[in-house]
Design a protein around this ligand. Structure first.
Ligand SMILES: Cc1cc2nc3c(=O)[nH]c(=O)nc-3n(C[C@H](O)[C@H](O)[C@H](O)COP(=O)(O)O)c2cc1C
Length: 177
């Protein structure tokens, strides 16, 4: 299976490193498309090494291939998973913005979309975030709800990214389709 993994600026990026290992060990091909903020949490060299592929950051980078990068990535993948999905990027997806490679690719992608939001409880419960989640669900995305527990921001509540094994099991469902 060819998995395009979108990563955004949330603490839970560290958990997704283990998800990449699980996918590579399963023999899947993984490409990481990262927002600039995601790379503040886990650096490019980690994503590149774990995914065994160059990290995709911008459609405007110099490249050998003439195809626009967002179109090429959307065509390449079997499934597009965005984990962790920040409140900010979720809002952009819900409103159809394409201001970076990740959001441009999401607009161009017709493959199954799996979203795994992770954030502070109040961010998750904010009416804007809830409305954006509902919009994306309505449009056919699969939403893996954040779980309850201790959050890195110091509070206990809903907002945790599910464990890498749970994300992997969810992705396996797409590989047998
Ligand atoms: C220490 C720290 C932790 C953060 N954790 C989260 C988070 O878990 N979820 C979230 O939605 N935003 C979080 N943010 C805010 C996002 O990083 C911020 O909204 C950023 O603009 C998201 O950019 P992106 O969506 O382009 O990746 C955090 C910010 C900081 C400084």
């Amino acid at each position: 299976m060819k998995v395009l993994l979108g990563v955004t600026g949330a603490i839970a990026c560290y958990k997704v490193c283990s998800l990449v290992r699980l996918m590579i060990n399963a023999g899947w091909e993984v490409r990481v498309v990262a927002t600039d903020r995601a790379l503040d949490f886990v650096g490019e060299i980690t994503w590149r090494t774990l995914s065994q592929n160059k990290v995709e950051r911008s459609a405007f980078d110099e490249q050998d291939d003439w195809h626009p990068r967002h179109i090429a990535l959307a065509d390449w993948c079997d499934v597009f998973v965005i984990a962790p999905l920040s409140a900010n990027t979720m809002a952009k997806l819900a409103h159809g913005l394409g201001d970076n490679l990740l959001t441009q690719t999401a607009l161009a992608c017709t493959k199954p979309l799996l979203l795994a939001p992770a954030m502070n409880t109040h961010m998750w419960q904010h009416p804007a975030t809830q409305a954006n989640a509902a919009t994306l669900l309505e449009r056919g995305a699969t939403l893996l709800e954040p779980t309850e527990g201790d959050l890195a921001c110091g509070v206990t509540g809903t907002g945790r990214l599910p464990e890498p094994e749970v994300l992997f099991a969810q992705l396996q469902r797409f590989s047998v389709r």
